[in-house]
Design a protein around this ligand. Structure first.
Ligand SMILES: [Zn+2]
Ligand SMILES: [Zn+2]
Length: 241
């Protein structure tokens, strides 16, 4: 969920002028506009259909349909490729307006499901995470550098495999020391650090910390378990991978 100082999940990955948006949760579409014209985004990857990772696509629809300065006319190839789990279009239509299903969303977004391959300058590969609904972590590679984003997950060997040797792992750490621990849902800071250590990544970027969990504690747990460079990500942070 968003907190007083942060929207929910949303990350902009850029290389060679190509802009790849990964997830778009509550409030992330507003913040996105600080950095890029929404119509200038080249592609979108949605890891899963929990609201904190996708619900601001409903705001995207408004911008593309009604944006006053030609958002839609400026769309690359007429629509934005949107890679997400099966059912993304249905979820989006229902969230935007369940009584008006003929939205023509295919005219705004080119829907597809995650398949390993090239996208713009990037090579993308995916792995299914340990979360209650279909969720994909994504590995993004370009120019010999690599970033892996966990999406949401409980403990997951496939995250370690996907992240092996990556320059950076952007990893969720949702569960605080005072929270009830529910298996197969989310990671603690310590578990995020353990995954990073097992994968041998270059650095760990800790994210998805809910507002009721101490960022210092989550980051400290992750840092201690990883034993390598660890940052707790803040809104508007930028990293060169
Ligand atoms: Zn989730
Ligand atoms: Zn989430």
């Amino acid at each position: 969920m968003p907190g007083p100082n942060s929207p929910a999940s949303g990350y902009l990955v850029e290389a060679e002028g190509y802009r790849l948006l990964v997830d778009l949760g509550h409030g992330a579409f507003g913040m996105l506009q600080r950095y890029v014209d929404p119509a200038a985004v080249d592609a979108i990857v949605i890891t899963h259909l929990h609201a904190d990772h996708c619900i601001d696509l409903t705001a995207y629809i408004v911008a593309l349909r009604y944006g006053g300065h030609g958002y839609r006319a400026a769309l690359p190839e007429g629509r934005i490729p949107l890679i997400g789990p099966a059912g993304t279009r249905d979820r989006l239509e229902a969230a935007y307006d369940p009584y008006a299903r003929k939205l023509g969303l295919h005219e705004l977004f080119g829907f597809s499901t995650p398949v390993d391959g090239e996208l713009g300058p990037f090579r993308l590969s995916y792995a299914t995470m340990n979360h209650p609904i279909p969720t994909a972590a994504v590995r993004i590679e370009q120019g010999g550098r690599s970033l892996v984003y966990s999406g949401d997950t409980g403990e997951c060997d496939d995250l370690v495999t996907l992240a092996t040797g990556a320059d950076a792992l952007l990893c969720e750490a949702s569960v605080g020391p005072d929270d009830e621990y529910i298996p197969d849902l989310h990671l603690t800071g310590k578990q995020a650090g353990e995954h990073a250590r097992r994968a041998g990544v270059g650095r760990l970027l800790v994210t998805h910390i809910p507002p009721w969990v101490s960022r210092e504690v989550a980051g400290g747990e992750a840092d201690a378990a990883f034993g390598g460079p660890t940052d707790v990500v803040s809104p508007a942070d930028e990293y060169e991978i």
